[in-house]
Design a protein around this ligand. Structure first.
Ligand SMILES: [Zn+2]
Length: 318
C-alpha cells in the first residue's frame, strides 16, 4: 500500500481531502460603536475596525458582495451604568444596527448578547455585593433577546455564561412570539487570556475581579461537556466552543457526542498572534491562516466565527 499515491498532485490531494474550509460557513464579527464618527482600527487587530452605524452598514454591504453569508454583531454604547440598561434599549446601537443591516442586505445577522459592554463595572451580569448575581441577570438577558428579536435579528448569541440563560432567553422569546429566533449559545466559553485584544476593542475589561466565577476553567473537559449538554436541554439551536485553537479537543469531543451544529469562535488573540508573527516574517500569513482555520473545521466545527473571514474570502476570489 502506498498512501503517497493520494498526495501525488495538488488536484488529487484536493479531491481526496476530507475536510476543508468552507467560506460560506464563516461568520464575520463586526463592531458598531456609538461614540465615533469615523471607523477606528482596533489596537493589535490589523484590518479589524469599530464602525459608526452608517459605515457599518456600508461595510456589511461590502462583505455581502464579497460572499460573506453571516455576521456576529457587537456593540459599544455611549451610555454605561451598573445595570447595563443600554443593552435592551430599542434604540440601542446594536438594535439599530440589526434593523439597518437587515433592511439593506440579505446577511444572516447574529448578535452577541451580554452585559459586559454595557455595564460600568464591565462584568457580564448584575452585581450583588461583590458577586455577579446569576438569577437577576437572566431577566435582563431575556429583555435584550426580545429587543434584538424586535429589531429582526436571525439569532441571539448569549455569551455571559450564567446558569439557565438559554432556558430563560428561549422562554422570553417564545412568550413574545419570536419562536423562530435562533439561539446560538456560547456553551463552553473558557476564561481565556486569548480575549485580550477583544477587550480593547469593546472596552469591556472588568473593573474588579475577573470572569473565572462564570467562564469555564480551561483545565476542565468534562465540565465543558456538561455545559453543552445543559444548553441543549435548555433549547440551544447551535452550541459554541470558545476559544477555538487551544480547544480543538473540546470541539471534537462535542462533535462526537452531540448532533447539533457546532460553532467555534476563532478569537481575537488567535487572529492577532498570527498577524503579528506574519508581520515579523516568522510565518507565511496565507499558509498559516489556511492551516489554522482548517484545523477548526477538521476538529468538527460546522461554522467558524473568525476575524479571518474577509481575508479568506479575498484569497478565494483571487
Ligand atoms: Zn460578557
Amino acid at each position: 500500500m502506498r498512501l503517497r499515491r493520494l498526495r501525488k498532485s495538488p488536484r488529487i490531494r484536493d479531491i481526496f481531502a476530507d475536510s476543508k474550509i468552507r467560506t460560506d460557513k464563516l461568520v464575520m464579527p463586526m463592531f458598531v460603536d456609538e461614540n465615533i464618527t469615523k471607523r477606528e482600527e482596533i489596537r493589535n487587530m490589523p484590518d479589524i475596525y469599530r464602525f459608526p452605524l452608517k459605515h457599518l452598514v456600508d461595510k456589511a454591504k461590502e462583505y455581502e458582495e464579497l460572499g460573506v453569508k453571516s455576521i456576529l454583531l457587537f456593540g459599544v454604547p455611549k451610555h454605561k451604568d451598573p445595570r447595563g440598561s443600554a443593552s435592551y434599549d430599542d434604540k440601542g446601537i446594536v438594535q439599530r444596527a440589526i434593523r439597518e443591516i437587515k433592511k439593506e442586505t440579505d446577511l444572516v445577522v447574529f448578535a452577541d448578547l451580554c452585559l459586559c459592554e454595557y455595564t460600568d463595572h464591565g462584568h457580564c451580569g448584575l452585581i450583588k455585593g461583590t458577586k455577579v448575581d446569576n438569577d437577576s441577570t437572566l431577566d435582563v438577558y431575556a429583555r435584550i433577546a426580545k429587543s434584538y428579536a424586535d429589531a429582526g435579528v436571525d439569532g441571539v448569541a448569549p455569551s455571559g455564561m450564567m446558569d439557565g440563560q438559554v432556558r430563560r432567553i428561549r422562554k422570553g422569546l417564545d412568550d413574545a412570539g419570536f419562536e423562530d429566533t435562533l439561539i446560538l449559545a456560547y456553551s463552553a466559553k473558557f476564561a481565556s487570556a486569548m480575549y485580550a485584544p477583544f477587550r480593547d476593542a469593546v472596552f469591556s475589561a472588568p473593573s474588579f475581579g475577573d470572569r473565572r466565577t462564570y467562564q469555564m476553567n480551561y483545565s476542565s473537559t468534562r465540565e465543558a461537556i456538561r455545559e453543552v449538554e445543559l444548553d441543549i436541554e435548555e433549547g440551544a439551536d447551535v452550541v459554541m466552543v470558545k476559544p477555538a485553537l487551544f480547544y480543538l479537543d473540546i470541539i471534537r469531543e462535542v462533535r462526537n457526542r452531540f448532533l447539533l451544529p457546532i460553532a467555534a469562535y476563532n478569537v481575537s488573540a488567535e487572529y492577532s498572534m498570527i498577524r503579528s508573527a506574519a508581520k515579523n516574517g516568522i510565518i507565511d500569513l496565507d499558509s498559516v491562516v489556511n492551516e489554522s482555520v482548517s484545523s477548526i473545521f477538521r476538529a468538527g466545527a460546522d461554522i467558524v466565527i473568525s476575524y479571518f473571514t474577509e481575508y479568506l474570502l479575498k484569497i478565494e476570489k483571487n
